[in-house]
Design a protein around this ligand. Sequence first.
Ligand code: ADP
Ligand code: MG
Length: 557
Amino acid sequence: MTIKKLPTNVIKLIAAGEVIDSFTAVVRELVENSLDAKATRIVICVYPESWSLQVADNGEGMGENDLLMAIQPHTTSKINSSDDLAKINTLGFRGEALHSIAQLADLNIISRVKDSCGWQIITHQTEVIKSYPKAIAVGTIINVTNLFGNIPLRRQLNPCFKKQLKSIQNLIFELSLCHPLVTWQLLVDARLILSISGNNNRKKILPQILKTVKYSDLEEKQIQINTPRQNHISELNLLLGMPDKISRPRADWVKIGINGRVVKCPELESAIYSSFHRTLQRDRYPLFFLHLQTSPQQIDWNRHPAKAEIYLDNIEFWQDTIKENIEEIFKLTDHNISTKFDNKRVENILKVAENKAIYNLESSSKEIVESKNKLGLINLQVIAQSRNTYIIAEHPEGIWLIEQHIAHERILYEQLKKSWEIVTINNPIILSKLSPKQVENLANLTLEIDCFGEDLWAIRSLPKMLLNRDDCSDALIEISWGGDLDTAQVAIACRSAIRNGKKLTIKEMQTIVDEWKITKNPQTCPHGRPIYLSLEESSLYRFFRRHWVLGKSHGIT
Ligand code: ADP
Ligand code: MG
């Protein structure tokens, strides 16, 4: 598409309030242009001392005429008329950025489109002072020098470069997750400080951004959905740290990208936080990146002057979709587990190494199929208990240790969430020395409580789970100390769950395992502790060096 000047009516419609006031703002505009030009490699070099920077890309480039047009005001190749405003699929469309930057700095732009020769222009205060052919690969290199040279105040108002560098890095982090095909490099004074290789795999990109995150800590889900009330397929991509493996010390990494750019959308953020409710330890927060590619008509950018915060149409639909899919990811299904197991490879190696070795290979794949019951959940067969604490269960692809108390606690907690039942009791429980606040807290939990004499209170109804427990009074005192209903439910689940140290029969343990594996959040207990440890057959195989087996013995029959 060639670059044209926008009609006046369109210019009036899109009058922008954004100002280019920092290094980061310039970098943002230039890299967004590179992304709009379908670049897959973007290199950013900044020279803070001399207020200069360069952005080079391998995008579609600009021809000679376009290059001259690009720095004029309100010139763009991305829209033509006001009708196009409703269907913008690019990051830019106002045709103002290059012109604004040309007002604030000197530009040296080299660009080449396919099947044409390259061209270079040099500008000073928006005037083109030189323009000539130049040899270059297809793509664009934009050099910005003497930035804010004519507005010294703006230089003074810029935060220290350390802060700016952080915001440039953050910008690259966010854009790299939104555009997983792109490879990025950031150099400061010719020193490489950040490099992200894109391979269309967000799960591989996030560990490059956060060094403490491992590939195996993450789960990813890609979903195609019919956009509500529109003949359009949206694509939703969820990437999350599994709560039993990784979390954040601050609420700083729940990020939402929509149509190629990270935005604030508090409704979606709250849906994500609520899906992680009671899966993480206290004061820990989820690691989550979501990208939604949807029809531009779904988005209303007029929530924030800088377009950083948006309204999304059909918000409840998107909230529900996100919650349902997070729930799916948390499930213990063969599909989810298979990412951790490298069973196919193990199977092949075994088959080659030992023709006769059955080693449960046949039955193992049969069991996998069988285990896909209607929920698609994994097959876990309890075989023993260890230290009266761990349930040992066999899975077709490994051995699992499940801590009995917290697995049971998870089951009870989710039962309480589903139905909080208060039942009246014939013989009231008498408690003494309750403070007015404790009495109020118990009443808030809809328990029937009344004064029974001096410093005595009678509790005439109880949460059903506490019925017939010897430690009922202790439990009531515990929940009277405050917190909301959820806190009380966690306390009751913890108190009622089978203790560690209790001997269990295989049947009892199988019941716990069967009920636990269908809970909504089987990874962690309501306090955020991991519930199970899986020893994968592939790792056991490697550990015991089973690949050393050359003959027909060595324990394989
Ligand atoms: P907008 O992005 O809103 O269209 P800009 O002022 O940022 O406006 O850019 C003007 C035009 O210059 C763009 O529409 C695009 O055609 C062209 N352009 C800018 N940067 C690049 C680039 N890196 N590669 C190819 N074309 C570019
Ligand atoms: Mg632009």
